[in-house]
Design a protein around this ligand. Structure first.
Ligand code: SF4
Length: 505
């Protein structure tokens, strides 16, 4: 773990001396780390500053995955430094402090990822506060307890792991109605294009009980959709030998299928991300067919040519098409999302044709693709036969043309049906009565990466709120999105008592 401390630069406006600005960059996994730091900041009495002008210091949670992300992180650090002079850097890029110090020698401290305690140590050193003040205590509601009433006076419940002190965040950076739940950190694979295992270490799984209590608390507080994330969700629990832990008086194994069963029983939407096609995923797909969790799998396949998959050293590669066909037999409504890399070193036109054929055969619902680019310190940089940039780009556009056509065809099949849609935002135009136009997502769309549903509220205008799950008649579609009208607004009734609604759901 990196941990660099320097003298802070002597600039910045003084306020109460305990206002911390926060910049969160990177993937949902980094977002969860940001939530943990923000939770602890507020627990210790710090205020979160809405702008540089209001901040006494700034924490930048960085991304170090690909070159553009590194650049974005470095320029955010520069901006924060210029504005306040006191900057603590954390996150993936923090694992490579020399890169940061080279450009920004005046940062106050650098820590790696998952380093809540180290970050807090640096915050306390930079902005010491009178512990007696303790004004920013954030209510952390225990399951079934109303937030703000009978609060614990000790630290929030914590779970010790090799990565340090990990606890369920109570500050969320997502809207109230959905949340990311991280079930493990790190990765045991060695994909040749990826440096995440070097940055974040080997996999460390959380106990199933801790994950389930976090999910329970979120749903009790109004969260309707849980996104389950980690680097390799199918491998959850392998590192702790699927050890059992307590949840509501029983024991639960740290195994994906056991976890999915328990999560499904809570009655919220449960969405699985970063699932590799291992045999035991069939059981997860069965739970989808039974309506226990969402019929949605985010499976990063990256390529279809066995030669390229071998060069990528991908986990779970091989017989991908058979696996997808089997999953669809088990759960015909399954929506599969995947990502691919085109132009990997050594990719010939034949390999690429194999990928295109796979795309035609697999008819994946949601597809993202990137051209390959070197990542500092990745093994793939040394591979022979790099693909010229113009060939990569030409392949990407041929790939996306097919992916878009398939997406449009699959979405057109939804026209005329009635689908469940979770509402993310209002989309009213100037002359509309409030709540006339809405934007939401179906069970087959994850926030931020998949399509959206543009809706007229019709007779329910003004009655539908953000976070409601409505029934909508689909009337039109294009390459990525659906269009329709709300026809019903059923009551939301999860199997977890709702805070503020005691005595019923
Ligand atoms: S599975 Fe591969 S790509 Fe994903 S985090 Fe692990 S090493 Fe990186």
């Amino acid at each position: 773990m990196t941990d660099v401390v320097t003298e802070p630069a002597a600039v910045g406006t003084q306020h109460s001396g305990r206002r911390v600005g926060f910049i969160s960059l990177g993937c949902p996994k980094a977002l969860v780390d940001s939530e943990r730091i923000l939770t602890q900041l507020r627990f210790e009495g710090y205020e979160v500053a809405p702008s540089y002008e209001d901040a006494d210091a700034v924490i930048v949670n960085t991304c170090g995955f690909i070159t553009p992300a590194v650049e974005e992180s470095l320029s955010a650090i520069g901006e924060a430094l210029e504005a306040t002079g006191k900057v603590i850097v954390t996150g993936c890029l923090g694992e490579r402090p020399e890169k940061i110090m080279e450009r920004h020698p005046k940062v106050a401290a650098i820590t790696g990822s998952e380093a809540v305690d180290d970050v807090m140590g640096h915050v306390r050193a930079l902005l010491p506060i009178d512990q007696g003040a303790f004004t920013g205590l954030l209510p952390v509601a225990a399951p079934g307890m109303r937030a703000g009433a009978g609060q614990p006076t000790s630290q929030p419940e914590r779970e010790l792991t090799k990565h340090g002190d990990v606890f369920a965040p109570s500050v969320k950076l997502t809207p109230r109605h959905y949340a990311y739940v991280k079930i493990a950190e790190g990765c045991n694979h060695t994909c040749s294009f990826c440096i995440i295992p070097k940055l974040r270490g080997l996999q460390v799984s959380r106990d199933a009980g801790a994950v389930l209590y976090e999910a329970y608390r979120l749903i009790a507080g109004g969260t309707k959709e849980l996104m389950i994330i980690s680097q390799d969700t199918s491998a959850y629990g392998v590192d702790v030998r699927y050890r059992e832990s307590e949840f509501q008086g029983g024991q639960v194994r740290a195994h994906l299928s056991d976890l999915a069963v328990k999560l499904g029983e809570m009655g919220a939407w449960v969405r699985m991300h970063y699932v590799y096609p291992y045999p035991h995923v069939d059981r997860i797909v069965e739970l989808m067919a039974q309506g226990k969790i969402l019929p949605y799998l985010d499976v990063p396949l990256q390529h279809a040519s066995p030669k390229i998959l071998k060069a990528m050293r991908r986990p779970g590669a091989g017989k991908q098409l058979d696996t997808i066909r089997r999953w669809r037999e088990i759960c015909p409504e399954l929506v599969i999302r995947s990502t691919f890399i085109v132009g990997f070193p050594g990719e010939t036109e034949d390999d690429f044709q194999e990928l295109l054929q796979f795309l035609e055969d697999a008819r994946l619902d949601r597809v993202g693709a990137f051209t390959y680019s070197d990542v500092d310190e990745a093994d793939a940089n040394k591979l022979a036969d790099p693909v010229p940039q113009e060939v990569k780009e030409e392949r990407l556009s041929r790939f996306m043309e097919i992916a878009q056509r398939i997406s449009a065809e699959k979405l057109a099949e939804k026209v005329g049906t009635v689908m469940d849609v979770i509402i993310d935002e209002f989309n009213d135009e100037e002359d509309d009565a409030p709540g006339t136009r809405l934007i939401g997502r179906t069970k087959g769309d994850a926030p931020g990466i998949d399509g959206q549903v543009y809706l007229f509220a019709g007779e329910l205008a003004g009655q539908v709120k953000i976070g409601d799950i409505v029934k909508a008649r689909i009337e039109d579609s294009d390459e990525y999105d659906l269009y329709g009208e709300v026809v019903e607004k059923p009551e939301w009734s999860p199997n977890v008592p709702q805070l503020g609604h005691f005595g019923g759901h």
